[in-house]
Design a protein around this ligand. Structure first.
Ligand code: ZN
Length: 153
């Protein structure tokens, strides 16, 4: 496995609409593995492929409930509203308050190409919405209020 370099604000790929994965190949599985390693290495809760320079609809999330790798994720249901502070590995040193659905249902393909549906709430739901936004070229700063700088570790 390998750790990718995380691209930051200003890189055009973060503003592109990522392409759906037509077929799950060994390269896609490698991408998922390396994204997970990159996400854990950066202490992130989620990572989207455009953040490592790959314009494909692939996301990894671990909000404390275990690793989930999602291919072609799509929000099919959402409910409620929650506002909380959010940051992004591609926008270091910055947080802001973002309104998100409190609960989402997401349809995606797993590593075997099998369709899955997960229900998520709280931080898990927030992370999924944040990462799926990345696939459409949307960054949290586009939605955030009270954007502020924080001290970096
Ligand atoms: Zn992000």
């Amino acid at each position: 496995m390998a750790v990718y370099k995380i691209v930051e604000l200003g890189n055009e790929i973060l503003r592109e609409k990522a392409k759906a994965v037509p077929k799950i190949t060994p390269n896609i599985l490698k991408l998922l593995d390396n994204m997970a390693e990159t996400m854990y290495g950066a202490k992130g809760v989620g990572l989207a492929a455009p953040q490592v320079g790959v314009a494909k609809r692939v996301v990894t999330v671990d909000s404390g409930k275990g690793l989930v790798g999602l291919i072609n994720p799509e929000i099919i249901k959402f409910d409620g509203l929650e506002t909380d502070s959010e940051g992004c590995l591609s926008v270091p040193g910055t947080i802001g308050d973002v309104d998100r659905a409190a609960m989402v249902e997401v349809k995606y393909l797993d590593r075997l190409g099998k369709e899955q549906i997960i229900k998520a709430a709280g931080l898990f739901a927030r992370a999924l919405q944040h990462e799926i936004d990345h696939l459409d070229g949307i960054l949290f700063i586009d939605r955030a209020k009270n954007i502020r700088k924080i001290e970096q570790e």
